[in-house]
Design a binder for this molecule. Structure first.
Ligand code: BT5
Length: 324
């Protein structure tokens, strides 16, 4: 019996109350064992009221992700079947890469309350205090290496849909890896690939979402371009529900990617805020300005230039200049 199971039972109880005898019966343990776990939960910061003749009732929870609540009845086929939870890590991506190299299963998810060295692309930093979501998923897709960038598109689709569903805000995708709400960045994706010339060995798909963080912890340099789900909704967003929805969306879109990659591109196109806009893309080749037209079969951004020619860009940072 784990504390997580007691929590789950208390949360789903229709009256709010469950007696020690009921809990003991459902879990197949003694009432004393239940009482000990209730005390342990209180030490973890949960507030549990005990009313004679009614039983126990959960009255307050710390803002913390409870792994057992995330996985109970999740129903995914691959993503999140294994969940590794840490209060604090340097980077969930770094831990996931280590686990992948040690043979962790397809779909293993790594989640942490906070990261001390969260990573963005190109050696950049991802600010990741507690109250947000930091998730990395180990994937072993049956796709050729040249299609690996589609995994980031797939992850962005799943993230935008999960954010829409769990927080009710109009999340969109800016190519290649930003999740925006009302023009500000609420999340980012970082995919790390281990591949042979013709085959993906494994990928780690990292997703960071600003949920309940106080924006004032961000450096002023990018604070104004950033938002959080709580700032957008005006209230706290339940991270457990968001994480469950995200794992479900990832499970669905990961399967779609391997069955029919075009379906992922189609969904991406429906959620993106880049296409049809005049953009500047800064990357290895300097800054290219043009109109974003499409995403090709390998996830590259297709730009039409003022000269009339067309270029495909595989990586870079996009600034949206205006509607074309
Ligand atoms: C990203 O990089 O947007 C990828 C972020 C991926 C984070 C996840 S969290 C779980 C997993 N574990 C990790 O260690 N990483 C992944 P990029 O496009 O390079 O954007 C980085 C830039 O975004 C920074 O240089 C800042 O300007 C800005 N930034 C940093 N922290 C931010 C935050 N919390 N919210 C919005 N913008 C942020």
């Amino acid at each position: 019996m784990s504390k997580d199971e007691i929590l789950r039972l208390l949360r789903v109880s229709t009256t709010g109350y469950l007696s020690g005898a009921e809990l003991a019966g459902k879990l197949g343990v003694s009432r004393t064992a239940v009482w000990k776990q209730i005390k342990a939960l209180e030490r973890d910061g949960f507030r549990i009221e005990a009313v004679p003749s009614k039983g126990y009732r959960l009255t307050a929870s710390p803002d913390r992700i409870v792994p057992g609540e995330v996985t109970a009845g999740l129903g995914t086929r691959v993503v999140g079947r294994e969940l590794v939870y840490r209060a604090e890590v340097v980077s969930t991506n770094t831990l996931a890469v280590e686990l992948a190299q040690a043979g962790a299963a397809d779909g293993t998810a790594v989640v942490a309350e906070s990261q001390t060295g969260g990573k963005g692309r190109l050696g950049r930093t991802w600010v990741s205090p507690s109250g947000n979501l930091a998730l990395s998923v180990i994937l072993r897709p049956a796709i050729p290496t040249h299609q690996a960038p589609l995994v980031t598109l797939m992850g962005a689709v799943a993230t935008a849909l999960a954010v829409r569903d769990a927080a009710g805000v109009p999340a969109g995708i800016k190519w290649p890896n930003d999740i925006l709400v009302n023009g500000r960045k609420v999340g980012g994706l970082l995919t790390e690939l281990s591949a042979e010339p013709d085959r993906v060995r494994h990928l780690v798909l990292g997703i960071g979402i600003n949920v309940n963080m106080d924006r004032s912890v961000l450096p002023s340099g990018f604070r104004d371009r950033t938002t959080t789900l709580s700032a957008e909704t005006g209230g706290k967003v339940d991270r457990t529900s968001l994480l469950r929805e995200l794992l479900r969306q990832l499970d669905h879109w990961y399967r779609r990617l391997q069955e029919d990659a075009a379906a992922v591109r189609e969904a991406w196109t429906g959620l993106n805020v880049t296409l049809g806009k005049r953009v500047a893309v800064s990357g290895a080749a300097g800054i290219i300005e043009g109109t974003a037209r499409a995403i090709d079969a390998e996830g590259r951004l297709v730009l039409s230039l003022d000269s009339g020619s067309t270029v495909q860009v595989a990586a870079g940072d996009v600034t949206i200049i205006k509607k074309a």
